[in-house]
Design a protein. Structure first.
Lengths: 165, 574
């Protein structure tokens, strides 16, 4: 089993996302995360899918994705040098001085940002690799997490490696 | 022009002559446009499933796209089985589905269903046309996608208001889609590697599938087989690409394939796969599949290569073009073929053939279904278009009717849709008005789309329906006999209709045969009637099973042969 990040460009048309999602459920492939948004070219959306499977399954996944009419181009980011980042928003209980100090200290250590403050909570924003985001979440668990929102991974190739048409 | 007129005009510009459909509320503007022209003939079916299968039969027998027109909601859901059938067998079709008006979409309106959502997993692609200005382009794309690359059904969903709005008509001659560019030509280096391997082969085997038929590969395929002198087999879907009478042809392979085909698949050292996808009914247990074969696979769909079985030399391209190139490469190097080793290989194959795995116990008392198919082949001189439903009769048709040409054997191989045979035969007969078209069916399958007998009457289609009536869902019964200790749970057909009266009530001719001695005479009578549909109800042996057979979990070398015939000692070797 190999964790794989697939980046793809698809026509920015309604229904394209459900074709991709439907493909994964119909053929029983795993999706760890899936992100999608328009790009600088507004006729295209860029999607990052994190999945896992044996080499032959990953090969089938890329072939099946390529077969979808709306998929313009795709690459397996994990086949080469790449950067993958994820955004997490986490709201924790910060009701007294001790809690507020501890949350702030941990947040500084992990280089997060406090983006909302109330009498009883802090909301933090953290960007990084999945490992870092998860480590931060584990650390915060000692305090009390109210809710967690993760964006799923967005990835990009390093240097000259680019997915464009 | 209104959207409805545009739609019809698009079909005319695609040179579509026949469409199959059934009207309804959301489709009324389109039906009105149809009424106001005379270039396209519309065939009115009796149930939308029949429209899809008929268009499918038309497409399979001609290679041209089949076109369906249905209304929204139930019109669509009734069509889904037919769409999925075409999808599984890669049949080019364009299905135009009317939709409720745009302003009602999503409101649970009368006869509304999410057509794009419901058909998404069983189409090559689908469109919801939201603006009349997009309609012609969507139609162009639909035909382009359906007929290019690996063919398949494409749905175009058109809301009623769009069919009533006006736009200027422009139908593009050509289309280029950046996201869809199927390749036809094989990679030269890969083809050369493939040829290299074929020339080294000592125990070669050629295994062809539906792609050889869809890709019109019969000519280069037959040339290549002749040049190489290699044995070949075919899947259920590929029958006819190589002539059944060709001395290199070992018969069908797989679960009910011949002993020699399956043994040769198991023992071969080099396998050339042409437009086939290693379906589970073909390979048997994958872990036991062809343990020593080095595989060259030609397919137009990259995702069919290496899906179930690892392939050494993949060649992506159209079977016809790739085989033509490979044949010319082989032609220049014929002296390198391993003739001596291949001759020994043929000797081994002859020993397997000697087991006569398609033999069955004949009878003077009950009609053996295999005999009916053999007789039918005799009576039609092997030249009929034959459609079938699904089950035992389908396997017997495939085993005992020798197809000399591609596109003559029309059946639902992938999805296995009972009810396919009769409506498919309608499409075939309309495409080939002068040809003999027969539907080999069973008493269970034929009931599933029996309403289409009425369509046959309306259009005077002289089909010949040969129903192998064993009062069972034969294949289900067979599996229950073998694997469920003869607990025949709901596999019997109690309260069957009087098929003769039934056929006659629809205005056709009905005949019944109950004695083996009458089969020949009745079939001759039936096929001699050229201007009317004849339903022949053949009362067959209810206990007959399809042999040979590979049971679930077994390999190609572990076949069961027919226990009723032949030398037992030799059979045990098998």
């Amino acid at each position: 089993m190999k964790r794989t990040i697939i980046s793809l460009l698809l026509e920015n048309e309604s229904g394209a996302l459900s074709r991709v999602a439907g493909l994964f459920s119909a053929r029983g492939y795993n999706i760890e995360s899936l992100t999608v948004a328009p790009t600088d070219d507004d006729s295209l959306s860029r999607m990052t899918i994190v999945t896992d499977g044996s080499d032959s399954i990953i090969e089938q996944i890329t072939k099946q994705l390529n077969k979808l009419i709306e998929v313009v181009k795709l690459i397996d980011l994990t086949e080469g040098e790449h950067i993958a980042r994820e955004l997490m928003l986490v709201k924790v209980v910060a009701a007294n001085n001790d809690q507020r100090e501890e949350v702030k200290r941990l947040n500084d250590i992990f280089r997060g940002r406090i983006i909302d403050v109330t009498d009883s909570t802090y909301t933090l924003e953290m960007t990084g690799t999945s490992a870092k985001v998860e480590a931060f979440m584990d650390t915060l668990a000692k305090i009390e997490i109210v809710e967690v929102v993760r964006s799923g991974i967005s990835g990009i190739g390093r240097g000259k490696r680019a997915l464009k048409i | 022009m209104t959207g409805a007129d545009i739609l019809i005009r698009c079909l005319q510009d695609e040179r579509i002559e026949l469409i199959f459909g059934y009207p309804g509320g959301a489709a009324l503007h389109i039906y009105d446009a149809l009424y106001r022209q005379d270039k396209i003939k519309h065939i009115l079916v009796r149930h939308e499933q029949g429209a899809a299968h008929a268009a499918d039969g038309y497409a399979r027998s001609t290679g041209k796209p089949g076109v369906v027109l249905v209304t929204s909601g139930p019109g669509v859901t009734n069509t889904v089985t037919g769409i999925a059938t075409a999808y599984m067998d890669s049949i080019p079709m364009v299905i135009i589905t009317a939709q409720v008006s745009s302003n009602l979409i999503g409101d649970d309106a009368f006869q509304e269903v999410d057509t794009v959502g419901i058909t998404r997993p069983c189409v090559k692609h689908n469109f919801l046309v939201k603006e009349v200005g997009e309609l012609a382009l969507a139609m162009k794309k639909a035909f382009y996608i359906a007929t290019s690359g690996r063919p398949g059904p494409v749905v175009v969903d058109v809301p009623k208001d769009v069919t009533n709005q006006s736009a200027a008509y422009h139908y593009p001659q050509r289309i280029n889609m950046r996201s869809y560019q199927p390749s036809r030509k094989g990679h030269r280096k890969q083809m050369a590697r493939g040829v290299e391997l074929l020339l080294k082969a000592e125990r070669p085997m050629i295994y062809t599938g539906g792609g050889a038929v869809l890709g019109e590969a019969q000519k280069p395929l037959r040339e290549l087989v002749e040049l190489l002198g290699f044995p070949c087999t075919s899947t259920l879907m590929g029958l006819g690409a190589i002539a059944a009478s060709d001395r290199h042809f070992l018969g069908m392979l797989g679960m009910h394939g011949t002993y020699e085909s399956n043994m040769a698949m198991h023992e071969c050292d080099v396998m050339l796969v042409v437009g086939a996808r290693f379906d589970d009914r073909v390979t048997g247990e994958l872990e036991k599949f062809s343990p020593n074969a080095r595989i060259v696979q030609i397919d137009i769909d990259p995702s069919s290569i290496g899906k179930n079985v690892a392939v050494e030399i993949p060649i992506v391209g159209n079977c016809n073009e790739v085989l033509a190139q490979m044949a010319s490469m082989v032609a220049a190097r014929c002296d390198e073929i391993q003739r001596t080793a291949v001759a020994q290989w043929w000797q081994q194959i002859e020993r397997w053939k000697a087991l006569k795995s398609l033999d069955y116990a004949s009878s003077d008392e009950v009609i053996k279904p295999q005999y009916v198919v053999q007789k039918m082949m005799e009576v039609t001189a092997g030249e009929a278009f034959v459609t079938s439903d699904v089950g035992q009769h389908q396997m017997w048709a495939a085993q005992y009717y020798g197809f000399e040409q591609p596109r003559r054997w029309i059946n639902s191989g992938g999805l296995g849709t009972m009810g396919f045979g009769l409506p498919a035969a309608i499409g075939v007969q309309l495409a080939h008005p002068q040809a003999t078209v027969a539907c080999i069916t069973g008493d269970a399958s034929i009931i599933m789309c029996i309403q289409e007998l009425s369509t046959c009457k309306q259009y005077d289609l002289p089909l010949k329906i040969i129903s192998l009536n064993n009062r069972y869902m034969g294949m289900v019964r067979q599996w229950q006999e073998f694997f469920y200790d003869r607990r025949y749970s709901h596999s019997y057909m109690d309260a069957l209709p009087d098929f003769i009266a039934l056929a006659e009530s629809f205005g056709h001719v009905g005949m019944r045969v109950e004695q083996p001695g009458e089969v020949d005479k009745v079939l001759r009578e039936a096929f001699a009637i050229k201007d009317r549909l004849v339903f022949v109800d053949v009362i067959t042996d209810p206990t007959e099973n399809v042999y040979p057979m590979i049971a679930a979990g077994k390999g190609h070398h572990e076949m069961h042969l027919n226990p009723g015939q032949g030398d037992d000692a030799e059979r045990e070797l098998a």
